[in-house]
Design a protein around this ligand. Structure first.
Ligand code: URA
Length: 272
C-alpha cells in the first residue's frame, strides 16, 4: 500500500511517483525535456549557448552497459549438480538485465520430489516482493486448479521460465527467455517430474520451441527430452492470468487438468 500522507517531502514525492505508476528508473540523472533543443550550427561556426528560462540539468551520464554480454549461461547451468547448486547459480547470474530491476530472484515453490511440475511465465509484482512464484491472483487460481485434481503445493513443484520480474509485468523478450532457458532446462532435468504442465503461450514456446500459439497447443501431449535420452510428458494449458480475464476458457483448462490427473495416476499411481 502506497502511503498518501507523510511529513517527509522526499518520501511524499516518491510515494506520488509510485501511485502514478512510475516505478522504474531509466537514467541516473534527470533530463530536462522542456529545454528547447539547440539548432545545429553551420559547420565552421561554434554554436552559441542558448539562454534558457529553466536551469539546465546536468548532462546525462553515458548509458550504463547492458548486462547481456555473457550469452546464455549454458555451462553455469550444466555444472549445477543439485537444486541448491542450481539455485545459487541462478542467483549469482547477472547476464539477464531483468535482475537489475527486480527485488528478488524467484525460483520455485512446492515439493521438488513431486510427480507434477508446473512452469509459468515470469514473476509478477507479488512474486517479486515475496520471492516465491505464483503467490498473487494467478497463484490463487493455480491453487484452485490444483485442488480440482486433489493436489496442493506439497504435491506439486512450481517454477517459471524467467526468474526475475519483467518491469511493469511486460512479457519477457525472446532474449531474456533465451538467457534463462539453460537454467530452466537444468531445473526440469534435476526435478525429473513424471508430468510437466506448462501454463501459457510464452512458457510453452520457450520449452517446446513450436511456432503455434497456445490455442492450438493446449490440451495436446508433447514430450520433453532429457539429456540422458529419457523423456517427460508435457501438457500445455492456459495461464491462470488468462483464465482470470477469460473465464469462459476455464472449461478447456478443466479438461487439461483431468488429462494431467489421468496421466499422473498412470505414471505415479497412489501406493496402497
Ligand atoms: N505469473 C506467472 O507466470 N508466474 C508467476 O509466478 C506469477 C504470475
Amino acid at each position: 500500500m502506497v502511503p498518501t500522507q507523510t511529513a517527509d517531502p522526499v518520501a511524499a514525492l516518491l510515494a506520488w511517483h509510485l501511485a502514478v505508476g512510475c516505478d522504474e528508473t531509466l537514467a541516473d540523472a534527470p533530463l530536462n525535456r522542456l529545454q528547447a533543443p539547440v539548432p545545429a550550427a553551420p559547420a565552421d561556426t561554434p554554436a552559441a549557448p542558448r539562454p534558457s528560462r529553466i536551469a539546465a540539468a546536468p548532462p546525462p551520464p553515458p548509458p550504463a552497459p547492458i548486462a547481456l554480454d555473457t550469452g546464455p549461461p549454458t555451462e553455469l547451468a550444466a555444472s549445477a549438480g543439485t537444486l541448491e547448486a542450481l539455485s545459487n547459480a541462478i542467483r549469482s547470474y547477472t547476464g539477464c538485465g531483468l535482475k537489475a530491476t527486480a527485488i528478488n530472484t524467484v525460483i520455485a515453490d512446492g515439493n521438488p520430489h513431486a510427480a507434477l511440475m508446473v512452469l509459468g511465465e515470469a514473476p509478477g509484482a507479488d512474486e517479486d516482493r515475496q520471492g516465491k512464484p505464483f503467490v498473487g491472483a494467478s497463484g490463487q487460481l493455480l491453487d484452485r486448479m490444483l485442488a480440482a485434481i486433489g493436489r496442493d503445493r506439497s504435491q506439486t513443484y512450481i517454477s517459471n521460465v524467467v526468474f526475475w520480474r519483467p518491469p511493469g509485468n511486460r512479457q519477457p523478450t525472446p532474449q531474456e527467455l533465451q538467457l534463462c532457458l539453460p537454467f530452466v532446462l537444468r531445473h526440469i532435468e534435476l526435478v525429473r517430474p513424471k508430468v510437466l504442465m506448462i501454463a501459457g503461450g510464452v512458457a510453452v514456446k520457450a520449452i517446446l520451441q513450436r511456432a503455434e500459439g497456445i490455442m492450438k497447443l493446449r490440451g495436446r501431449w508433447f514430450t520433453h527430452q532429457l539429456t540422458d535420452g529419457s523423456s517427460i510428458p508435457v501438457l500445455p494449458t492456459y495461464h491462470p492470468a488468462f483464465l482470470l480475464r477469460s473465464p469462459a476458457q476455464k472449461r478447456d483448462a478443466w479438461r487439461d487438468l483431468i488429462e494431467i490427473q489421468v496421466k499422473l495416476e498412470e505414471l505415479d499411481p497412489p501406493r496402497p
